[in-house]
Each structure stands twice: as C-alpha cells, then as structure tokens.
Write a protein that binds this ligand. Structure first.
Ligand code: ES4
Ligand code: ZN
Length: 369
C-alpha cells in the first residue's frame, strides 16, 4: 500500500524559492495505483485566477458581518448549498453578490493574502492574478482601495513566500466597452502596479471585438493582453481575441477544439491556453473530469497549463486541480511536470527570470527518487 515520496523543503535565498530534497515522508494510493502529492508540490505558475473567486464561505460570512452587507445566506452551510451551478451565468450571479461584501483596502489585502498562502502551499512560485475593478468601483468602492489592498498583499507574499506575481485588470464584457475605457483611465495613476489587462464575465453574446479600442489603448501603455474566450463562446470568439484584441494568451479556449484551422493556428504560434479543469466541470463545460479534453489538447500540440479560476467556488485550488486531473486523465508525473513547465514558460516574467523559474523546476525534478 505504501510507497515513498521525497518531500521537498523550501529555503529562501534572495527571495527566490529553492527546493531542497530533505526526507522521505508520505504517500497515498488510488484504486488504480500510486498517486503522489508530487504534482501538488511541483513548482508552477498560476495564470488564470480571479482574486474575487478565492473568497471562501467563512471569509464571506465574516465580511458580510464586519461590513454590514446582508447576504441571501445566513451560514457557511447555506453558502455551500448554493454552490451548485448549471452554467457560467448561474455562477457569476453568486460570485458578484459575494464580491459585494468587499469594501475596504484591508478586505482586499486579507482576501489576497489568504490566496497567496494557499498558492504557496501548492507550489506556486509565480502568480498572475485577475481582478475585476468594475465589480467594486460600480458600487462606489475607490479604485485605490481595491488595487492598494491587493498590491500590498502581493508585496507581503513576495516577502513571506518568495512568490513573484503580477496583476491583470479584467474588463467586464457584459458592460459597455466605454465603461472598460473609463476603467483603463481610472487605472492609469496605478499603471506601474499592472502587468496586463484581460476580458471576463458573461461570454455568450459579448464577443471580444467590441473591446478592440480599449485593448489597443492598453497595448499602447505597454500592458500585456489576455482574454477569456471559448469557455462557453464559439471558436469565432477565440479568433477575435487573437486577431482583433491581440491577446497573447487565451483563458480557457476549450471550444477552439471545434475548429481545426484554429487549432492549427494555436499550435503553430504556441498560444498558451490557461485551462481550468475543476471550473469546467462545475460550470458544465465538460460533464466529468474524466471527460476533460486536456489530454486531447496536449496530443494536438496545444500549449496548455492547469489553473484554478475561482477556487473557492469550484472545489479546489491549483494543487487540487493538478492532483485531480492527473488521477482522472491518468497523466504520468512527467506529463504533469511538462504542464508545470508550460505554465512557467507562458508567464509574462522577463526572460532571465523565466529561465531561473524553469531551472528551479528542473532542480526540483532532479531530486525525484
Ligand atoms: C469567471 Cl469562470 C469565469 N469565466 C468568465 N468570467 C469570470 N469571472 C470570474 N470567473
Ligand atoms: Zn476565468
């Protein structure tokens, strides 16, 4: 029953995480064979994570009380019971209501720091984090409270865990493009705290092309560009995200598989797709984790990573996504290490830092028994 695994200790040197093989510790076995926690500890990047989607039920109840924002739910149990979604919109309705409890800079700090603690425990060495300022500014929360609290937590996460990070400001596609432009303007005093911009929220009926102007303005500011596409929306939205917005990564991209010419393009250009397996199951993009197309995507030569999207709503953080996906799709440890390597390479860190992140992964792998 038992097998052995090397567990890696973490040491910090000039804020860079070094993995040091220390001792033999743990194991676990599924009905199909040994399943290690190796993949949870793999040094990895998280590239598709909505910070508002890390609001755990316990923190939600506490914020609701602390900020006097009433909810439809009166207990953690009632919240957990409400987390049965049928599609993206049924999730977003709960997600936006819950986000309404976030009011102060301290709230955004607490939310973000709690995520970073969990991510560090899951081997995340670099995180590129989405936030939705319009969800907050439209309710009167000042932009600087949102970005200030998140940025302070990212600095604390760097000091505490040696984790590097970047902030990607997402525009809400269910609102008019003019409001996205207003948001970009409001963000300009904080330009140096932003890595890039993205596009999220209700996809169907809101094609990316409408946001061409604001993406062009963001690009002129030197911001990196990503976009959700092909989660529920058709392959045409992925084409538009690439050709009209100039997106450098596609968030999700599942429905690209319906268009052979699009797959050829994505493979030829090695456009990273930030795939979110648990999210896809919870939002009925796929029926079961065992049916997830991730293996097909890899076999086609697509550049994929595994991410958690909105982990407090979808049943697990990035480590859970790695472990669950390995079990469900029977990936080898080497295949999972390849996915972690993809995540580091698809990040927006400068090349010399990227090489160091990949070297750190290789060092981790060299200590495998
Ligand atoms: C989201 Cl799963 C998902 N899709 C689109 N927009 C989002 N915002 C937060 N989670
Ligand atoms: Zn997402």
């Amino acid at each position: 029953m038992l097998s052995t695994l090397v567990v890696y200790g973490v040491a910090r040197s000039s804020n860079r995480i070094l993995w040091i093989s220390t001792r033999i510790v743990c194991c676990r076995r599924s009905e199909r064979g040994v399943v290690s926690e190796f993949v949870r500890e793999l040094p990895k990047a998280e590239l598709h994570l909505h910070i508002e989607g890390t609001l755990e039920p316990a923190m939600l109840v506490s914020l609701s009380g602390r900020n006097h924002v009433p909810l439809r739910y009166s207990s953690v149990a009632e919240i957990e019971a409400a987390l049965q979604f049928t599609n993206l919109q049924s999730f977003l309705d709960v997600y936006y209501e819950a986000a309404g409890t976030l009011l102060t800079r301290q709230d955004f700090f607490d939310l973000t720091f709690a995520y970073l603690q969990r991510a560090a425990a899951d081997g995340v060495v670099h995180a590129e984090i989405f936030f939705d300022p319009q969800t907050h500014t439209e309710r009167g929360v000042p932009f600087d409270a949102v970005i200030g609290g998140i940025s302070d937590a990212l600095a604390a996460g760097h000091a505490e865990f040696g984790m590097s990070s970047g902030l990607i400001m997402c525009f809400l596609r269910h609102l008019p493009a003019g409001r996205a432009m207003d948001t970009l303007e409001a963000a300009m005093p904080f330009r140096d705290q932003l890595l890039g911009v993205g596009l999220d929220s209700s996809e169907v009926g809101h094609p990316p092309g409408a946001f061409a102007g604001v993406f062009a303005a963001a690009r002129a500011e030197g911001l990196r560009l990503v976009s959700h596409a092909g989660e529920e929306g058709p392959p045409e939205y992925v084409w538009e995200a690439l050709d009209v917005l100039g997106a450098e990564r596609i968030d999700h991209g599942n429905r690209a598989l319906e268009d052979a010419a699009l797959v050829t393009r994505l493979v030829a250009e090695q456009v990273p797709l930030t795939v979110c397996p648990f999210s896809n199951v919870k939002l009925a993009v796929v029926d079961r984790l065992e049916d997830h197309p991730l293996r097909r995507m890899i076999d086609l030569g697509l550049n994929v990573s595994i991410n958690s999207d909105d982990p407090s709503y979808f049943g697990g953080y990035i480590g859970d996504n790695y472990v669950g996906t390995q079990v469900a799709l029977r990936f080898s440890d080497d295949e999972m290490a390849g996915i972690a390597r993809n995540s580091l390479r698809a990040s927006f860190v400068p090349d010399h830092e990227k090489q160091a992140l990949v070297a750190n992964l290789d060092e981790f792998l060299s200590h495998r028994p």
